[in-house]
Design a protein around this ligand. Structure first.
Ligand code: SF4
Ligand code: SF4
Length: 327
């Protein structure tokens, strides 16, 4: 298998983001990369007020040509936050991308940081989870293991086919989303999903911040969830649009989740980057319920040569209390 830290240029910003201190730094460097490579944007970060003496501190950037370049930090200057995308853009998705996830079951010990980060960042109502972590055992004499389960972002999604009001849809970048402004709560999609990944919002979220309530709803951020509609894992499209990893990927301390772009054949967990095709071939990756023809965008690596015994940290949390399993 070929670890491709040197050669792969895709998603380098994810790795660089991990090294940098803030999201603003990341946005700044990503945008500068475009400008430095001859982007036609009228914004020029090298303009007059940034041409002072060099600091000597180099920042690595990814150019639009996929080259890693180094620029002196003194030549960077702040840029405004990216504008919110329109509903039309949110429904279309990001051109040229085909997002894919790889979940390495050999690394999972059910710490559930993925779940808590997802719940927290999406303000999901307590008692609900978009990521489920199932205890699995394939046969009587085989070893048990943990299986985190997200929306599979199927390329042939049954949920989309049954929605009567076009509230759930598939984008060109492969992500399946729900527009809560359109959803009428009929739950046809829940019945159609063979992976039981969708949840019904019986209640409004427990916490809706004032800032959140004042922002126009975007199906790209899925917030706030609305009472009487359906929710599910969305691959954090607002994060991916900014070149950042989904919350579950960043939160997992064991590097279980890899995320990336199939078109550029690269996936990363933030610390390690692989060719997607080599990773799933070399480690015998597979998808769930392949025979249904749903063509999931989520691949699993089998739970062989496990990093942790199945029991580790499962029955009790860090305070010694039994872990309540909510799936
Ligand atoms: S519950 Fe909402 S998203 Fe699901 S099928 Fe009905 S209208 Fe569509
Ligand atoms: S896993 Fe279920 S909800 Fe997600 S795209 Fe596939 S059918 Fe739809």
């Amino acid at each position: 298998m070929g670890a491709s830290n040197e050669k792969d240029n895709t998603l380098k910003y994810f790795a660089m983001k991990n090294e940098s201190a803030s999201r603003r730094d990341f946005l700044l460097t990503a945008l500068l990369a475009g400008a430095a490579a001859g982007c036609s944007s009228p914004y020029n970060p090298f303009e007059s007020d940034t041409t002072g003496p060099a600091s000597g501190e180099k920042v690595k950037l990814l150019s639009v040509d996929g080259e890693i370049i180094e620029v002196d930090r003194a030549f960077l200057k702040p840029v405004p936050d990216l504008p919110a995308v329109s509903n039309k853009e949110a429904r279309l998705g990001i051109p040229g991308k085909k997002f894919v996830m790889v979940i390495d079951l050999s690394r999972c010990k059910s710490v559930r940081k993925c779940q808590s980060a997802c719940n927290h960042m999406h303000h999901i109502h307590s008692g609900q989870n978009w990521i489920k972590v199932y205890p699995m055992q394939d046969a009587e004499h085989t070893a048990p293991y943990w299986q985190p389960t997200t929306c599979m972002h199927c390329d042939e999604p049954p949920c989309v086919k049954v929605c009567p009001v076009d509230a759930t849809f598939k984008r060109q970048d492969g992500i399946v989303l729900i527009d809560s402004d359109r959803c009428i709560g009929c739950r046809f999609c829940m019945a159609a999903c063979p992976y039981s990944t969708r949840v019904f919002n019986w209640e409004s979220p427990d916490t809706v911040t004032e800032e959140m309530s004042q922002q126009p709803y975007s199906c790209e951020s899925s917030m706030p969830q609305k009472k009487g509609t359906v929710g599910k894992c969305d691959f954090c499209p607002d994060m991916t649009r900014q070149g950042e990893l989904p919350h579950c990927v960043s939160a997992c301390p064991n590097g279980v989740f890899f995320f990336g772009d199939m078109n550029q054949d690269t996936v990363t967990n933030g610390a390690e980057t692989f060719r997607f095709s080599e990773l799933v071939k070399d480690k015998a990756g597979y998808r769930l319920m392949e025979d249904l023809g749903t063509k999931p965008s989520v691949y699993y690596l089998p739970p062989v040569n496990r990093n942790f015994p199945f029991e580790s940290g499962l029955e009790k949390d860090s305070t010694g209390h039994p872990i309540k399993q909510i799936n």
